[in-house]
Design a protein around this ligand. Structure first.
Ligand SMILES: O=P(O)(O)OC[C@H]1O[C@](O)(COP(=O)(O)O)[C@@H](O)[C@@H]1O
Ligand SMILES: [Mg+2]
Ligand SMILES: [Mg+2]
Length: 290
């Protein structure tokens, strides 16, 4: 098998499983799983269910040899051999923004496909995608330098927008964390941005990034005084989202460099995430460097 066939299989499988994840949400509303994930966060029954569905389906693909999830402590070997030579590793945030289930707001799934063992840097990703469980279930895929958005119809991928690019005139911003917890330099930057753009923050990274991809602007979950690496995880959130935003003509940063260049040292490490139009990311980096 060659790598692109494994990548096709992974993307088609994520698309096929996503409707089942969605169908499983109503019955798991307001149900905690009673455990913490490796990041020390409360896990909902919906997080566990999504992880199980993706693990079963993705782990069964011939060319997938490693599976790592935000909900699992370590990488699981699910095939013979190592990533490379047609084999791939899959890193997944099975349900992003799952605290939005209680309030019935948008959530997502984020997936990165690498030809390297996990944890792998964003530069090693051969494809990245997110599913958005909004009024419509869509899937946005970055592959071979271009981004395509699909509507998922009964698990089938129907392309609705090819060569997705960030609009040149930015319109929206969304920043996570509490204002008093933001470092001074970020707070000053945010004060400027809020005079220029409209606030769009829904509390699920996938939904908030999709606003930026649709209207242009910037999304950030920055470093916090109480958490210098922010909240989001490099492997499961920052790197795949950066791959998609950069392939769509935007930029990403951990505050100093592209998120794709950040070398992971731990599977669940966190990283400050800033993604959006290049001009806003450049200004952010300049503001943090002062
Ligand atoms: O509740 P906050 O602090 O705004 O955090 C929201 C962020 O946390 C997340 O929900 C974390 O992702 P998970 O739901 O996958 O843990 C992001 O989707 C979102 O950007
Ligand atoms: Mg998440
Ligand atoms: Mg999650």
């Amino acid at each position: 098998m060659v790598a692109h066939e494994s990548v096709d299989d992974v993307l088609e499988t994520v698309a096929a499983v996503a409707p089942d994840v969605r169908d499983g949400l109503p019955g798991r509303r307001l149900t905690e799983a009673g455990v913490e994930n490796p990041s020390g966060e409360t896990v909902t029954a919906a997080d566990v269910h999504a992880d199980e569905l993706f693990f079963e389906a993705l782990g069964a693909i011939d060319g997938v040899v490693e599976y790592a999830s935000e909900e699992r402590e370590s990488v699981v070997d699910v095939g013979d051999g190592a990533p490379g030579d047609g084999n791939v590793a899959v890193a997944i945030d099975p349900l992003d923004g799952s605290s939005n289930l209680a309030s019935n707001n948008a959530m997502g799934t984020v997936v990165g496909v690498a030809e390297d063992s996990l944890p792998a840097a964003g530069e090693a990703l051969v494809a990245a995608a997110y599913v958005l469980y909004g009024p419509i279930t869509t899937m946005t895929v970055a592959r071979e330098g271009t981004v395509t958005t699909y509507v998922l119809d009964g698990g089938e991928m129907r392309a609705v927008e090819e060569d997705v690019t960030l609009p040149e005139e930015p319109v929206v911003y969304g920043f996570g964390g509490r204002v008093p917890d933001w470092p001074d330099a970020f707070r000053e930057y945010a004060r400027e941005v809020e005079t220029e753009l409209k606030l769009r923050y829904g509390g699920a990274m996938v939904g908030d990034v999709n606003q930026v991809l649709s209207y242009g602007g910037i999304f950030a979950y920055p470093a916090l005084e109480s958490a210098p690496n922010g909240k989001l995880r490099l492997q499961f959130e920052g790197a795949p989202i950066a791959k998609i935003v950069e392939a769509a003509g935007g930029a990403s940063s951990d505050g100093e460099q592209s998120l794709l260049a950040v070398e992971p040292t731990e599977l669940h490490q966190r990283v400050p995430v800033h993604v959006g139009n290049g001009a806003y990311v450049d200004r952010l980096e300049a503001a943090l460097a002062d």
